[in-house]
Design a protein around this ligand. Structure first.
Ligand SMILES: [Ca+2]
Length: 266
C-alpha cells in the first residue's frame, strides 16, 4: 500500500514537472533555512497586517481591508496599541515605510500614497502611485515598492518619482507575488503572498539568496484560514531583532535564522 502511494506521488510529481508546473512551496534554487522563534508577543487578531516596521522603541503597523484599514503604533513586548489612525473607508491600507519623520503608507488599488508624521500621525502629504501598492521598505534613501509582481521598484521619497525596477529571481526564474518588504542588513526581505517563506533578496542583482521558512509559525498562528497569510516583517538595526507576523495573527514572533548571516539577534 505504501509502495503504491509512493508510486502515485512520484507519478503526479513527474506529471507536474512535465507540464512545467511545481507543487506549491517547492523551490529548487536558494537554500531554505527554518526560522527559530526566540520570543513571542500578543498581536491584535483583528489586524489584517500589510506592513510592519520598527522605529525608536516601537512597532508601526499598517492594516488593510476596506472600512478597517489603519495606521498603528504598538508596544513591541505587549502588542498594546498606543496610537491608531483609521483610514477613510475607500482606502485599503498596504505597505508602510519610514523616511526621516515621515511614514509612507501605500494603498492597494486606490493609486494613493499617504504620508504621515511619525510622531502624531498627522497627515503631511500624499503622492499618486501608478498600479497597485503592496509592500514598501527603504534602502539607501530610496523607497522600494512591490506591486504583487516579480518587480521591486525604487522611488525618490521627495517626489515619488520612479528611478528603476529590479526583477527578483530564484535560480533564474521570476519570483512573483512579492508583498510586504523589509531591509535587513543590506538585503531585502520579502513576504511572498500565500507562501510560508520569506525571500532574502540581493538588491544589486534581484537574486534570492535564501528562503526563510516560517511554516511552523504559520501552522501555529494562521488558525487554518488560508487568508491569514504570513505578512509583516520588521527589523531593528541596533539589536538585530527581527519581528514577523501575519494577517489576523494573534501573535508577533521574534525570530532567528541559523545559517543566515543577517538572521540572528545580537
Ligand atoms: Ca516591513
Amino acid at each position: 500500500m505504501v509502495r503504491r502511494l509512493c508510486d502515485v506521488f512520484l507519478a503526479v510529481l513527474v506529471l507536474l514537472v512535465g507540464l512545467g508546473l511545481e507543487p506549491v512551496g517547492v523551490w529548487a534554487g536558494a537554500p531554505v533555512l527554518p526560522a527559530t522563534v526566540v520570543a513571542r508577543f500578543p498581536h491584535d487578531a483583528e489586524a489584517f497586517t500589510q506592513g510592519l516596521l520598527f522605529h525608536d522603541g516601537a512597532l508601526y503597523e499598517s492594516t488593510g481591508l476596506y472600512g478597517r484599514s489603519s495606521l498603528r503604533r504598538l508596544v513591541p513586548d505587549t502588542g498594546h496599541v498606543l496610537a491608531r489612525r483609521n483610514l477613510p473607508r475607500e482606502i485599503f491600507g498596504e505597505g508602510l515605510a519610514l523616511v526621516g519623520d515621515r511614514l509612507y503608507q501605500l494603498s492597494w488599488k486606490e493609486g494613493r500614497v499617504l504620508v504621515w508624521r511619525v510622531t502624531d500621525f498627522a497627515p503631511v502629504g500624499e503622492f499618486p502611485l501608478e498600479g497597485e501598492g503592496w509592500g514598501v521598505c527603504v534602502l539607501s534613501g530610496r523607497l522600494v515598492v512591490s506591486d504583487g509582481s516579480d518587480q521591486l521598484c525604487f522611488y525618490d521619497p521627495a517626489n515619488f518619482t520612479k528611478d528603476r525596477c529590479l526583477t527578483v529571481t530564484d535560480d533564474g526564474r521570476p519570483v512573483t507575488l512579492l508583498n510586504e518588504l523589509e531591509t535587513v542588513s543590506g538585503t531585502i526581505w520579502a513576504n511572498v503572498w500565500g507562501a510560508d517563506r520569506i525571500a532574502v533578496i540581493d538588491p544589486a542583482t534581484g537574486r534570492v539568496l535564501a528562503w526563510v521558512d516560517c511554516a511552523a509559525l504559520v501552522a501555529e498562528a494562521a488558525g487554518g484560514n488560508r487568508e491569514n497569510v504570513l505578512n509583516g516583517i520588521a527589523w531593528d538595526p541596533v539589536t538585530g531583532r527581527i519581528w514577523v507576523t501575519g494577517k489576523r495573527w494573534s501573535e508577533i514572533f521574534v525570530i532567528k535564522v541559523p545559517g543566515l548571516p543577517a538572521g540572528g539577534t545580537r
